[in-house]
Write a protein that binds this ligand. Structure first.
Ligand code: PGA
Length: 269
């Protein structure tokens, strides 16, 4: 049985000025200060992805176990790539995770599964764990093509990536129609889709090394204080990618506390 951890990441998108980042962490640091279940819990990993210009202030204000993530990163190295951010810049600031392939980068910046594949390879080769977003449109969902669509995304995104590296990835299942809409698939649907995503990894697993059980799968799309506990009780969901609800420190802490990793922590050291 695989020992998967819980990851809860906040995606701040294009929000928060410098002063707001400072205030957020004052409040957030205070709320979690004495909480061993968050600060000393090896199974509960949390962090926030500010927009690129917010990364440095966030690193400065965040304390202890709080990770700072990039919301996106390019697949190019150094050179004539105006407007891009590269893996080595994330390495310089010890950023260990980057969101890749978020649907808003697909919609507004022309990102594609092929490009996500290139980026994931670059990140994995440079010690950054990609949090890879996949998810279907409302049309695909309504026509019951979700599984076929996700299987194709997974085939393209993980093409020519070794089994060892695939196991390090975090997948965020984010139905496009659930993002920012207040709607989510039913819990049964999410569980079934997460199981299907897991099983899709068997496609790459010619050595039968159980990568399907080792890959981490998060849910994202209108996750909030009210539904977090139910979402995180699902067998194949290993945490959440939270947009709107991560902008508020109290809401985010409440979500952390609803995870199984938080509730089950028994270290008294
Ligand atoms: P939301 O966003 O929680 O505001 O729906 C999630 C996301 O886009 O990652």
């Amino acid at each position: 049985m695989s020992q998967r951890k819980t990851y809860i990441f906040g995606n701040w998108k294009l929000h928060k000025k410098f002063n707001e980042i400072s205030l957020f962490f004052k409040h957030f640091n205070y709320l979690i200060k004495k909480d061993k279940r968050i600060n000393k819990n090896p199974n509960l990993i949390h962090g926030f992805a500010p927009s690129h210009l917010g990364i440095l202030p966030a690193i400065n204000f965040a304390k202890g176990k709080t990770n700072i993530l990039a919301q996106d990163v390019g697949c190019n190295n150094i050179g004539a790539f105006t407007g891009q951010v590269a893996f080595w810049q994330l390495n310089e600031f010890k950023i260990n995770y980057a969101i890749v392939g978020h649907s808003e980068t697909r919609k507004y910046l022309g990102n594609s599964d092929e490009n996500v594949n290139k980026t994931v390879k670059v990140l994995l080769n440079n010690n950054i764990i990609p949090v890879i977003c996949i998810g279907e449109s409302l049309e695909t969902y309504k026509s019951k093509q979700t599984n076929a669509f996700l299987a194709q995304q997974i085939k393209t995104i993980f093409k020519d990536i070794s089994l060892d590296l695939i196991q390090k990835c975090i997948i965020a299942y984010e139905p496009l129609w659930a993002i920012g809409s207040g709607k989510t698939p039913t819990l049964d649907e999410i569980q079934q889709i997460a199981r299907f995503i897991r099983q899709s990894f068997k496609f790459f697993d010619d050595k039968q090394s159980n990568i399907d059980e080792n890959v981490h799968i998060l849910y994202g799309g209108s996750a909030n204080v009210k539904n977090a506990s139910d979402l995180m009780s699902l067998n194949d969901i290993d945490g959440l990618l939270v947009g709107g609800a991560s902008l508020d420190p109290t809401a985010f802490v409440s979500i952390l506390k609803q995870s199984k990793a938080y509730k089950n922590f028994n270290g008294n050291k």
